[in-house]
Design a protein around this ligand. Structure first.
Ligand SMILES: C[S@@+](CC[C@H](N)C(=O)[O-])C[C@H]1O[C@@H](n2cnc3c(N)ncnc32)[C@H](O)[C@@H]1O
Length: 415
């Protein structure tokens, strides 16, 4: 467990900021970011309740530093010191920037200032963004988070770096510009137990065909990227072709999704021999059945993911229609039956929308196996997370966030 220090004791003193090197100040800024950058709200699984039916038990990874972190974050004095420190840092950077353009700068000064020539904009932007967060401005602008997921036994570890872009308040459709708790919960569960999600086929024929993975409403792309990076590390996928297709429909969300994919797997495009690929593509659930199908969506998918994608009355119906055309049918499946894994938050404001999952998809035991194949709920599980996250928006730290995890598949598939 790492020890956390309050900003007042850990940061270079404000009055002496000019005497520290740019590297020391950058380290201090990074430390401050780790304290104050909001986590994704509701992304820490607290306990996993007994499955409603057919699910498997699971347990959460410990987050031992949480209490210490919350104490520092909620300390108004520490926060106000951090704000003043950031203001002093930005002012000092400006002084150095001016000096670097000045003819009077000595060689000694120029040596010290060299890192500033290339990174001033970025450092000022990061400091200003953190300043906005500490000052309580919700729309802090673009910022990048590092996500780390690991298995309980420590054998698997996946990291991803994702950039959120500001929510456009005039455009409700831009919700996917930020990473939501449901994606974190799903990504964590996948890394803990890939087999549960059809992502480990140690018993299958190693020469079997490509694994096709699809994400609907991918937003910033966390789930797709974590799946891709996880499969890169699993020995059973060393020589197996894998295709991950991350989809969304909103133009700015898609642009950010592309940029996140490129930032995390930049070398993929150059690796002609690589058997694993990830691409992003436009897919609007509402027009899926009528719109022409691009090549990358014309093959059946073995595993489909969806995180926090049911929040309007029609969503469940549209998604069922997409799945009917995209989820591999059991008759031509040679490995574990294809499945759609869905995690939704139970928002008090959206109880009707959440309930549509269970009116659109029947539960497997309620369906006559002799009827025509239909998409059914194979299992359902409740997940509770600490809210934590965005304390700057005045959300209660004590509140829990509830999620439901549904596994949905064809009613006539072998289990
Ligand atoms: C609440 S966000 C969740 C994003 C991401 N899965 C996550 O959990 O961070 C919902 C996502 O669904 C996408 N979405 C909403 N309606 C859609 C539609 N009709 N077709 C495709 N994507 C849609 C949004 O653009 C957004 O990215």
């Amino acid at each position: 467990m790492s020890v956390l220090f309050p900003p007042t004791t850990h940061l270079p003193p404000i009055a002496k900021i000019a005497s520290f090197s740019i590297t020391q100040l950058l380290d201090a800024l990074t430390y401050l970011q780790s304290l104050y950058y909001p986590e994704v709200r509701g992304s820490h699984r607290k306990r996993v309740q007994a499955p409603v039916f057919n699910g498997e038990q699971n347990s959460r990874l410990p987050h031992e530093d949480d209490n210490e972190l919350q104490v520092i974050r909620s300390d108004a004095f520490e926060r106000s010191y951090s704000i003043r420190w950031l203001i002093a840092l930005i002012a000092q950077l400006e002084v150095w920037q001016d000096l670097s353009h000045s003819r009077d700068a000595s060689l000694d000064d120029l040596g010290k200032l060299e890192p500033i020539f290339t990174h001033t904009e970025m450092i000022v932007q990061q400091a200003a963004s953190l300043l906005a967060i500490c000052a309580g401005v919700a729309a802090a602008g673009i910022f990048t988070r590092n996500f780390v997921f690991g298995s309980i036994d420590g054998h698997r570890r996946v990291e991803a770096q994702l950039t959120d872009i500001p929510l456009d308040n005039d455009d409700y459709g831009s919700v996917g510009a930020q990473t939501w708790g449901g994606a974190c919960v799903l990504a964590e569960m996948i890394v803990e137990d890939p087999e549960r999600f059809g992502l480990d086929f140690s018993s299958d024929d190693p020469k079997s065909r490509r694994l096709n993975v699809l994400e609907l409403g991918a937003g910033t792309g966390l789930v797709s990227l974590v799946v891709m990076k996880l499969l890169d590390t699993l020995p059973s996928f060393n020589h197996r072709e894998v295709s991950v297709v991350a989809t969304d429909f909103h133009p700015s969300v898609l642009a950010n999704l592309r940029s996140n994919v490129n930032a995390n797997v930049p070398s993929m495009h150059d690796q002609i021999t690589s058997t694993h690929s990830i691409i992003t593509h436009f897919l609007d659930w509402s027009s899926f059945s009528t719109a022409p199908r691009p090549d990358c969506l014309s093959y059946p998918f073995d595993v489909v993911f969806g995180a926090d994608i049911i929040y309007e009355a029609q969503h469940a119906v549209w998604i069922r229609d997409c799945l009917k055309g995209l989820l591999r049918r059991p008759s031509d499946s040679i490995r574990s039956p294809a499945a759609f894994h869905l995690v939704i938050p139970l928002r008090p404001t959206h109880t009707f929308e959440s309930s549509t999952v269970e009116s659109v998809f029947l539960k497997a035991p309620d369906v006559d196996p002799n009827d025509d194949a239909d998409l059914v709920i194979l299992s359902k599980e409740s997940i509770t997370c600490d809210a934590h996250g965005d304390y700057t928006r005045g959300q209660g730290l004590d509140e829990d966030v509830e999620y439901l995890y549904y596994k949905i598949g064809w009613s006539n598939a072998r289990l």
